[in-house]
Ligand binder design. Structure first.
Ligand code: FES
Length: 385
C-alpha cells in the first residue's frame, strides 16, 4: 500500500474514515435526516467510475473504513460493483441502510462482493410508531425481515435507532427488539440537532427526566445480558444536556471525509449547510482537497478561534465544539459551540432544554424529509439570503 502518511503536513491527520453518500434518493422521510434541507436541489450523482476513482485516491491517502450511506444507498444499482472495488482496494466496508428493498439475492451478492458489515436503521419497536416516524407504511415489517436475513447470512449487524422525545419512552421495547434480532451492536443515539432535526427539535429533544430514565433502562439491560449475550448496547446522550461541547469529528478535517452524491467533499456530513465553498472530487484530487482546499483548512488549528475558545485551556480537547452547531444556532461558525457553558450563546441550549421539560409540540406539525418540503425550505433559504 503506497500511503503518503510520512509526508503529512504537521498537525493534519489522515482521512481514515470515508463516508460515501451515494445518493440523496430515499424511500423514507425521517424528520431527523442528516441530509441537507435543500437536498432536492442536488440531483447529480457520481458515476460508478468516479466513485471507484474517489475510493482509490482516498485509500492511497490512508483511508481504511468506508461507509456506504445516503439517502438510501441500495437505490444505486451499482452498489455491488462499488463494494467489490472497495474491498479489492483493501477497505473495511460498512453498509448503512434503512433495509427498504433489500432482497436475499442482493445481500448474497454483497457478500460475494466482500461487504463486511451492515447497519440497519429502525425508527421504533412497533409498526405503528416506526411507520409514523419514517413516513412509510410498510417499513417496519420489511426492516424486520431484512435484519433477520442479515444475521442468517452471518453478517455482523448494527441495529441503529435514533432516540428522541417521541420514541424514548419505549426504549425498553427497542432494546428487546434488538436483542431478539441478535444484533451485535445496538446504537441508541439520541438525535443531533442539525438540518431536519433542528427544524423538528421541539418534537425530538427529550426532557431531562426522559433521558435519565432511558439511560437507567439501558444500564439495567446491560446488567441483565452480561455474560449471556454478545450484544453491546451503546447509548449516546445528546450534547444539549452537556456543559462542555463534543470534540466534533475529532477535529475539523482531521479524520473524517464525507463525499456527497455529486462529489462535494466535506469534513463532516452537515458541513454542506455552512456558507463555505467546498471542492468537488470531479475537479480536484482528494490529496489537494484534504491538504490545500480552503474548505478543509478553514477550522484547522486554533487561529480561527474567537473568545472564549481562543484562551480556553480545554480547546485542545474539544476544538471549540461543533462548527455546524455553532453556525446553525448563532449564525457564525467560528463562535464557540453554544453547548459550552462558557459560550455567551449557551442560553440557546438551556432555553431549548427548559422548553423540552414544558412544551408539548403541536400534533401534525413535524416536518418530514421529502421532496416537497425540501423544495419549500430551499425557497425560504433563498429568500432569506
Ligand atoms: Fe459539522 Fe460538527 S457536525 S463540525
Amino acid at each position: 500500500m503506497n500511503c503518503i502518511g510520512s509526508n503529512l503536513p504537521e498537525g493534519v491527520g489522515q482521512p481514515l474514515w470515508l463516508l460515501a453518500e451515494l445518493t440523496y434518493r430515499c424511500p423514507l422521510q425521517c424528520p431527523y435526516c442528516s441530509n441537507p434541507l435543500n437536498y432536492d436541489l442536488n440531483k447529480t450523482e457520481l458515476s460508478t467510475e468516479q466513485w471507484i476513482e474517489t475510493f482509490r485516491q482516498a485509500r492511497k491517502m490512508g483511508a481504511a473504513q468506508l461507509g456506504f450511506s445516503g439517502g438510501e444507498p441500495l437505490l444505486r444499482d451499482d452498489l455491488e460493483q462499488l463494494i467489490k472495488a472497495a474491498r479489492e482496494l483493501g477497505f473495511y466496508t460498512n453498509l448503512i441502510t434503512s433495509g427498504m428493498g433489500l432482497t436475499l439475492e442482493r445481500m448474497q451478492a454483497f457478500k460475494e462482493a466482500g461487504l463486511d458489515h451492515i447497519q440497519v436503521s429502525f425508527q421504533a419497536s412497533d409498526a405503528e410508531m416506526n411507520d409514523y416516524l419514517s413516513g412509510n407504511k410498510r417499513s417496519f415489517q420489511e426492516k424486520l425481515e431484512v435484519a433477520r436475513t442479515v444475521k442468517k447470512l452471518g453478517y455482523p449487524m448494527v441495529f441503529n435507532c435514533v432516540i428522541h422525545r417521541e420514541n424514548i419512552d419505549q426504549i425498553d421495547k427497542i432494546i428487546e427488539l434488538s436483542l431478539a434480532l441478535e444484533s451485535d451492536y445496538v446504537e441508541l443515539a439520541t438525535s443531533q440537532y442539525y438540518g431536519w432535526a433542528l427544524k423538528n427539535r421541539d418534537h425530538l429533544l427529550p426532557s431531562k427526566a426522559q433521558l435519565v430514565a432511558a439511560e437507567a433502562t439501558t444500564n439495567r439491560y446491560r446488567e441483565q445480558i452480561k455474560g449471556k449475550s454478545r450484544t453491546k448496547l451503546i447509548f449516546v446522550v445528546p450534547d444539549y444536556y452537556e456543559e462542555r461541547p463534543k470534540g466534533c469529528m475529532n477535529g475539523w478535517g482531521n479524520l473524517f471525509l464525507t463525499i456527497t452524491p455529486d462529489g462535494t467533499a466535506l469534513p463532516c456530513h452537515s458541513a454542506r449547510e455552512l456558507p463555505i465553498q467546498f471542492p468537488k472530487v470531479t475537479e480536484e484530487s482528494i490529496e489537494s482537497i484534504w491538504y490545500r482546499s480552503t474548505g478543509f483548512n478553514h477550522f484547522r488549528g486554533y487561529g480561527w478561534m474567537k473568545e472564549p475558545c481562543r484562551s480556553c485551556d480545554e480547546k485542545e480537547k474539544d476544538f471549540g465544539g461543533c462548527r455546524c452547531q455553532a453556525f446553525m444556532l448563532t449564525g457564525d461558525a467560528s463562535n464557540a459551540d453554544p453547548v459550552c457553558a462558557k459560550s455567551p450563546h449557551h442560553h440557546l441550549i438551556t432555553e431549548a432544554r427548559d422548553n423540552a421539560d414544558l412544551a408539548q409540540p403541536a400534533q401534525g406539525s413535524m416536518i418530514y424529509r421529502n421532496r416537497k418540503n425540501s423544495q419549500q425550505l430551499s425557497q425560504t433559504q433563498a429568500a432569506d439570503l
